[in-house]
Structures are given as structure tokens and as C-alpha cells.
Ligand binder design. Structure first.
Ligand code: ZN
Length: 410
């Protein structure tokens, strides 16, 4: 039997659900009328008048006599108020922290970036993340409404139940940090967390496939290889931390040491640190003379950008290195293609910017390790997102979760 308190909370939940659903419809269908909302939801007109009245008072929407130019009685159209609220998004890794403030129409209002130094421990990194959030909140335009939520794209692993960051391979002191609580206590705002690759995929979905509800497999190649499958308007690993780790799949014939302690992982073949190790081996074996001449014996300064330069100079060893690594990635992706059958695979990372030399070899690897025919429909796409895309995605995450919106449709 329900107690009065339970009944009250059910009524509250239902009211909140209806409030958010109507807001989601107005957000998705610009210029919708109250009558249209009634047709979509089957709510009574009293309920719709009540909810839209509340949304107007909250400043989330505004109304205007119909813009469709029809003669006669024009229905009142409802629109999202772009300045009805703001969302702060932050995405970071061991190199830098990116931050973006978005308004309710998902337009960027302000951006921030802070570099992370190799000497920064967890406390310093956390302090920098808080500084970026502070600056984003301070950048809210005067006269605009309040910031509604903060989204974080975290590196490494996290616990979605407790809101704690668990660990991050590239920063040993980053351990068991109750980051959601720390941010919520400091800024008095709800904080929503996801893996940093998931928020980049979210940004990709929103920026690139805005009109097209296409399913895709997002592949991020940075310090690790991680995949985010996007199916039916949402990513299927939502809120799960230890998933999408394509980087620890074993590559046949590979014996390189991965930072997980095992040998033969894809990560040791294709990530930025993995590629760097291969470059060091080549140079110690007197190959890639162009790069070797430029670095003056300082192997520490090698990076993927230098490899790209050598590829542009048509250094045969550099081209071999890129193509061999890309085919290995393709082999591992071939397995995913046989399992998930995506229409589109979006590749993101520094190697991807090498274009055809890299992408064609990935495709070759996929075709070599896929059952016949399943690759014919696949489109390989080179993600052209900017470095702050993850921060945009994190802000969108805050928008969606603040109102429990189910999809990214707009
Ligand atoms: Zn591994």
C-alpha cells in the first residue's frame, strides 16, 4: 500500500516527467503550438496550459503569434529561450582541459582551455578543472538566466553509481576521487559525468549528424583506443565505465607491451604513445632519416605530428609504419563490424588527419578480417571535430541529463 509520502512523490515524478517531455517537444520542434503538443502527448489541454505556463515563468520558453503567415486566427507558437539557462561542459586528459559554456539553444557562449603539465598531480589537476568551471560560470552573459548543470568528460575509469573517478593510467595519483560530489558541493550545481570519449561521440552526433539519425561506431585513438557505438539515438554504453576498450583486444602476431601489463594489445600498436615507441625503434635502427636529423638525438620529443610530416615527405619507413599500424586497427575493427554491423565508422585522433594513407589501410584491415559482404555498406569517416568538441559534448550531456531528455534530436 502506498503511504501519502510515496503517493506525493509519484505525483511529483509524473509532473516532472510531463514538464520535461513538453520542454523536449518544444526544443525539438521549433514553433510548435499547444494544440500540436496535445496531439503528440495526448495530455489534457488543462495539463498543457499548466505546464507551458510553468515553462514560461521559468524562462525556458517564449511564445509568439504564429510565424507561418497564414491569414485568419494564427496559433501561438512556442520556442526555446536560448538564454533561459546555460550548461558548462569540461573534458580533460593528461595534456589539457577544455571547457565550453552553451546556452539553451546549444550555442557556445564562451570557451576555456588550460594546459596540464606532466608534473601536475591529481590535486593540481582537480584545482585546474575547478578553475575552468569557475571561469565558465563567470562568463554567463549579464541578463541571462542561471547555469543549470555541469557536464564532465572524464579520462580513465569512473563509477557511475558513486560519481567517483577510479583511476587513470596516465596519472597514478588520480585515484578514488569523488569528483561529482566535489563539483556539486563547490558550485552548488548538479554535475553529470561520462567517459571523455563518450562525450566526444556525443558532440559528433550532435554537430555532424544533426539532421540525420544515423547509427554509427565512434572510434577514438589517443592515449587508448576506445569505441562508442551509437544506436537508435543514444550511445549504448551510457553510464558504463569499463566498456568499449578495443585497445586491449589482442592483435595476432603482436608482442608489444601494453600499459595494462599484457603483451599484444592493440593500444601498443596504434595509440599516440604506441606510435611514438615504434618511431623510437625505427630511429634507433637508422630509419626515418628526415625525422632523425631534425630531433638531434632527442628521442623524447618524438610525436605523431612529426610522423605526419615524414609521411608528407614520402619517407617510405614512415608510410610503412602508418599503414602497418592502420591495418592492425582495421583487423580489430573488423571483429566489431561482424558483431555490430554499423553503417558508419567515425575515426578520431591525430593519425586520422593523415587522410587516405591511414584511412585506406584501416579499410583494408577491416576487409581482410570481416565476413564477405558485410563491409560493402560501411562508410569510413574522418572526424574533423575541433579539440574542444568533448567539452561541447559534456555541456550537451548536462543539458540532456538535467531534464532527462532521452534523445539528441533537435
Ligand atoms: Zn592492454
Amino acid at each position: 500500500m502506498n503511504t501519502p509520502a510515496v503517493t506525493d512523490s509519484i505525483v511529483q515524478n509524473r509532473r516532472r516527467y510531463r514538464h520535461n517531455r513538453v520542454l523536449d517537444i518544444i526544443r525539438s520542434k521549433e514553433g510548435v503550438s499547444r494544440y500540436d503538443i496535445k496531439k503528440i502527448t495526448s495530455y489534457s489541454i488543462e495539463t498543457i496550459l499548466d505546464i507551458t505556463g510553468e515553462l514560461l515563468r521559468e524562462g525556458f520558453i517564449y511564445e509568439e503569434a504564429g510565424r507561418n503567415g497564414r491569414i485568419g486566427r494564427r496559433p501561438v507558437s512556442l520556442y526555446i529561450n536560448a538564454h533561459g539557462g546555460y550548461f558548462a561542459g569540461v573534458e580533460f586528459n593528461s595534456q589539457r582541459i577544455q571547457g565550453v559554456l552553451l546556452n539553451f539553444a546549444k550555442e557556445p557562449v564562451h570557451g576555456e582551455m588550460l594546459p596540464v603539465s606532466a608534473d601536475d598531480d591529481a590535486a593540481v589537476l582537480l584545482e585546474k578543472v575547478e578553475t575552468v568551471i569557475e571561469r565558465l560560470l563567470a562568463a554567463r552573459p549579464s541578463g541571462g538566466k542561471k547555469v543549470i548543470g555541469v557536464g564532465l568528460g572524464l579520462p580513465g575509469f569512473f563509477d557511475p553509481e558513486t560519481g567517483s573517478a577510479i583511476s587513470y593510467d596516465f596519472l597514478p595519483s588520480w585515484k578514488d576521487i569523488p569528483i561529482k560530489k566535489i563539483i556539486e558541493d563547490r558550485f552548488r550545481l548538479p554535475c553529470f559525468i561520462e567517459n571523455n570519449v563518450a562525450v566526444i561521440a556525443m558532440a559528433y552526433r550532435w554537430l555532424m549528424f544533426r539532421e540525420e539519425p544515423e547509427d554509427f561506431l565512434f572510434v577514438s585513438i589517443r592515449t587508448g583506443v576506445r569505441i562508442v557505438p551509437w544506436y537508435g539515438g543514444r550511445f549504448i554504453f551510457e553510464g558504463k565505465s569499463y566498456v568499449g576498450q578495443l585497445g586491449h583486444v589482442k592483435v595476432p602476431g603482436s608482442n608489444r607491451l601494453c600499459n595494462c601489463g599484457e603483451r599484444g594489445c592493440l593500444n601498443a600498436e596504434i595509440t599516440d604513445p604506441g606510435i611514438r615507441n615504434k618511431m623510437i625503434e625505427m630511429i634507433l635502427n637508422h630509419r626515418m632519416a628526415g625525422i632523425s636529423g631534425r630531433i638531434n638525438g632527442n628521442l623524447e620529443c618524438l610525436n605523431v605530428d612529426m610522423l605526419k610530416e615524414a609521411v608528407l615527405e614520402k619517407d617510405p619507413h614512415a608510410i610503412d609504419l602508418v599503414q602497418d599500424s592502420a591495418v592492425k586497427l582495421g583487423h580489430c575493427l573488423g571483429m566489431m563490424v561482424d558483431i555490430l554491423a554499423p553503417n558508419v565508422i567515425v575515426l578520431s585522433g591525430k593519425l586520422v588527419s593523415m587522410g587516405g594513407i591511414f584511412m585506406d589501410a584501416v579499410e583494408k584491415g577491416i576487409r581482410q578480417n570481416t565476413i564477405n559482404g558485410s563491409t560493402s555498406k560501411i562508410r569510413l569517416v574522418n572526424s574533423t571535430l575541433e579539440d574542444n568538441a568533448g567539452a561541447w559534448g559534456a555541456a550537451v550531456l548536462a543539458l540532456l541529463r538535467s531534464f532527462e531528455f532521452e534523445t539528441l534530436q533537435i
